[in-house]
Write a protein that binds this ligand. Structure first.
Ligand code: DAH
Length: 346
């Protein structure tokens, strides 16, 4: 069908009949339908809609010539134009639907999803600074040939006290305020009971490093928490003396803290003799970071070990302190409040 814009011809001619205009409208309809059917994308379809049905579109310009009709014919042309308009709108809507479905199908065909790619923008968790510090301490001892040992947090009085040479009514029981769970059960106040449990199961020589959580009836302040973490160290062998203890601790502290000044200070623990506390110099002051000593022969005898043959050293340290000194943390509570602004720094 040739595209003839008959409207222009009529617009310049002086008069018009209803039949002529009707033919022109029908021609417009036929042409428009063909064009709609051949459009292949949504943008072009929208342009076509505007050029057909818009204010300055082809339908309007044909209707613009209605003034040249006899007055009686005008309503008939109006009706006819409305029918055509509705039909064209339907064709356009149908074509739009078709083009949308086609576009979607093409997208589904070409789009691939890589299910193995990592999610974008999902925050990753990190290990807690206390865990990292514990691991670092444990790793250093593992590097010296120590193996990891563990014991229960709900402990028997026997392991937490008696077997460590702290008999009932011994004043040393007051050194640590204990959470009792019954006559005989308690939350362990230190990791030292792991020494006893391990030696019950393993004949010397032994070298163990035992990390874990411990509990004391302390009120919370900037340096105290009723739950905290310790690492216990124990070496039992033939021929160990204080120089081995000192050499091991110094090597460990140097590896962990670098060149902070260190001093050993005589102290007392029921399960070691002699005993010492170790201080490091931090912010211009001596700060106690661990207890240690040569395992008391009474502890070894209680385990059925001959103290003339076997001996060794033990040490216990507080992980929180190591973590706080290392990272310049001023308040222990920061380690327990789960504030992401703090934790994200590690
Ligand atoms: N268990 C002691 C405490 O919690 C620390 C300690 C001191 C552990 C001396 C030891 C040691 O193994 O030899 O205060």
């Amino acid at each position: 069908m040739p595209k003839v814009f008959i409207g222009y011809f009529y617009a310049v001619s002086s008069s018009l009949s209803f039949d002529q205009l009707k033919v022109e409208l029908e021609l417009l309809e036929t042409e428009a339908k063909e064009e709609i059917a051949s459009v292949i994308d949504q943008d072009s379809l929208e342009k076509l809609r505007v050029s057909l049905l818009g204010k300055k579109g082809r339908l309007s310009s044909v209707l613009g010539t209605m003034g040249k009709l006899p007055a009686a014919d005008r309503p008939l042309v109006g009706q006819c134009a409305n029918v055509i308009k509705t039909q064209l709108q339907e064709s356009l809507a149908e074509r739009l639907k078709f083009l949308k479905t086609k576009a979607l199908n093409e997208l589904i065909k070409t789009e691939t999803i890589d299910v193995t790619s990592p999610p974008v923008g999902t925050p990753l968790g990190k290990r807690h600074p206390l865990i990292k510090t514990t691991e670092e301490i444990v790793d250093l001892f593992c590097g010296l040939g120590y193996v990891i040992a563990e014991g229960p947090e709900v402990e028997e009085d026997h392991y937490n006290f008696t077997a460590l040479n702290i008999p009932e009514n011994h004043p040393a029981r007051d050194m640590q305020d204990t959470f009792y769970l019954g006559d005989n059960l308690l939350l362990r106040t230190h990791t030292s009971p792991v020494q006893i449990r391990y030696l019950e199961e393993h004949a010397p020589p032994v070298r163990i490093v035992a990390p874990g959580r411990v509990y004391r009836r302390d009120s919370v302040d900037s340096t105290h928490s009723p739950v905290f973490h310790q690492v216990e160290v124990l070496a039992i062998d033939e021929g160990l003396d204080f120089s081995h203890l000192r050499g091991t601790i110094l090597a460990f502290l140097k590896a962990f803290f670098g060149d902070l000044p260190v001093r050993f200070r005589a102290s007392y623990f029921p399960f070691t003799e002699p005993s010492a506390e170790v201080d490091v110099q931090w912010r211009g002051r001596w700060l106690e970071v661990m207890g240690c000593g040569m395992v008391d022969p009474a502890v070894l005898e209680g385990l059925g070990l001959d103290p003339d043959r076997w001996g060794g050293f033990a040490a216990g340290l507080g992980v929180e302190r190591f973590c706080m000194v290392r990272h310049e943390i001023d308040d222990i509570r920061r380690l327990y409040t789960s504030d992401l602004r703090f934790l994200e720094q590690f």
